[in-house]
Design a protein around this ligand. Structure first.
Ligand code: PLP
Length: 456
């Protein structure tokens, strides 16, 4: 097979990004501010400082600084698993018979198995630098908890993880990875926090949701001296850290002299997508270039394609600030899906604002079609993809098939966020032909929208 472009492109040390890129700086209309649910006013740094580390609060509220230097200790940690390769999917192209060129940025080359380590190490570093004892967090499928436990053990911080109950039961192996790195893991909703006890009483037998686990983790942080809460997605600071993905992708493509036409990422809370597209969206916002940008979400949890753009609580227990975002409602508990990392009811406020401005497209895909794409990809490209990542694979394959039908040689870039070794129960259900597609009805969504807070 002729390979004019290398199968994998890595960056040299002097080509790797040394600063994160803050996409908000180039947005003329900024994302809507977080609101204090009590006063209805924008939250202040002081209020956020009770929950989050000081430096992360600064990053969260900074809509103006385009380049934020990456501290040396974080760069050192990044060297363990970055730069990640940009792979030309020659074998997938050949299998599809498409004239399109397909590239993927592979973030699964670390023990946590996903891109989440990019932000985990940054958040743990700032917590340590502030002299904290530890951090609390939630985890859905377990990737974030795993990444955070790795980062915390590196910086010698205590790490307490509330894990969505259905994942805790479905994915015991990820739980054991976290414990191996020294984290404590509690199934959520638990009986350890007030909010957990309340949710358990209101929804007996609930399998939990990210929204519940967030409430518990926040309560655990604010009620323990020397602890702060950290979040692995949704927040602007997380998208900032994840911009490393897009910056490396941009540098590698430039090195190859390739300009993408379509950039695709799966979207749960929006961190990998926001990070992958950041520098490309920056060019788009500054009027320097144009790209099609596609967010792919599960049909079972369709916040962009079927949600409302409104202020909502970030968590079921309503302890967090209000964010304006595309949301399915803070009470929405998606049907158990095998892409646990995409089960969040809302979407990053920056991505929500850009979507509202028509700067990106969104589509929802059903689980069985996602696993068909995962299987096809694994068989030709070798990597066993995470179910979350496979949403992006589905869309990339569909775009490549469109190129084939239209006879177009477009360049497609997608984010391959992680590996699926801990998701074999999901693969088993697919292989046994037992996997089902769940799509919430309009009535289900209306019921949830009715509980959106009335603001503005
Ligand atoms: C968490 C996760 C996602 C989704 O989270 P985002 O914040 O939307 O990026 C996607 N893929 C993998 C492998 C994940 O672990």
């Amino acid at each position: 097979m002729k390979q004019d472009i290398p199968y994998k492109t890595y960056l040299e040390e002097n080509e790797t990004p040394k600063a994160w890129y803050n996409m908000r700086a180039d947005m003329k209309k900024k994302p809507a501010p977080l609101l204090n649910p009590g006063t209805g006013k924008p939250v202040t740094a002081e209020e956020l400082g009770h929950v989050f580390c000081d430096e992360l609060v600064k990053q969260e509220l900074d809509n103006d600084t385009p380049q934020i230097p990456i501290p040396g200790e974080i760069l050192d940690f990044y060297r363990m698993f970055r730069p990640s390769p940009l792979v030309r999917a020659y074998f997938l192209e050949r299998a599809l018979g498409t004239p399109a060129k397909i590239f993927y940025k592979f973030e699964g080359n670390n023990t946590s198995g996903s891109h989440k380590l990019n932000s985990a190490v940054a958040q743990a570093y700032y917590a340590k630098a502030q002299g904290l004892k530890g951090v609390t967090t939630e985890t859905g499928a377990g990737q974030w908890g795993t990444a955070l436990s790795m980062a915390c053990s590196f910086f010698k911080l205590d790490c307490k993880v509330f894990m969505v109950k259905c994942s805790y039961e479905q994915k015991p192996f990820r739980r054991e990875v976290m414990r191996t790195y020294g984290a404590s893991v509690t199934p959520s909703p638990s009986m350890e926090t007030e909010v957990g006890r309340r949710i358990n009483a209101a929804h007996p037998g609930t399998t939990g949701s990210l929204g519940c686990a967030i409430s518990e983790a926040v309560e655990a942080a604010v009620s323990h001296e020397g602890y702060r809460y950290v979040l692995g997605s949704v927040l602007s600071q997380v998208l900032l850290h994840q911009s490393i993905i897009g910056l490396e992708t941009q540098a590698a493509l430039r090195k190859l002299g390739v300009k993408p036409d379509v950039i695709i990422g799966c979207a749960g809370g929006g961190s990998n997508l926001g990070g992958l597209i950041a520098p490309f969206m920056g060019e788009k916002l500054r009027g320097e270039a144009d790209y099609r940008i596609v967010a792919v979400e599960p049909a079972s949890c369709p916040s962009l394609t079927r949600g409302r753009y409104a202020y909502d609580f970030c968590d079921t227990g309503r302890v967090c600030p209000l964010a304006k975002m595309y949301t399915l409602g803070h009470d929405f508990i998606p049907s158990p899906s095998h892409a646990g990392g995409l089960r969040y009811h809302g979407m990053s406020s920056a991505l929500s604002e850009l979507y509202d401005q028509g700067m990106l497209e969104a589509r929802a895909v059903e689980q069985t079609a996602v696993f068909a794409a995962a299987e096809q990809f694994a068989r030709v490209e070798g990597i066993l993809p995470a179910p979350e990542s496979s949403h992006a694979i589905r869309a990339a394959i569909d775009e490549a098939l469109r190129c084939k039908a239209e006879g177009r040689e477009e360049t497609i870039v997608f984010g391959l966020t992680g590996t699926g070794y801990f998701d074999l129960t999901a693969y088993q259900s697919y292989n046994d032909g037992k996997m089902q597609d769940y799509v919430p009805s309009d009535a289900d969504l209306e019921e949830s929208f009715a509980k959106l807070p009335k603001i503005g």
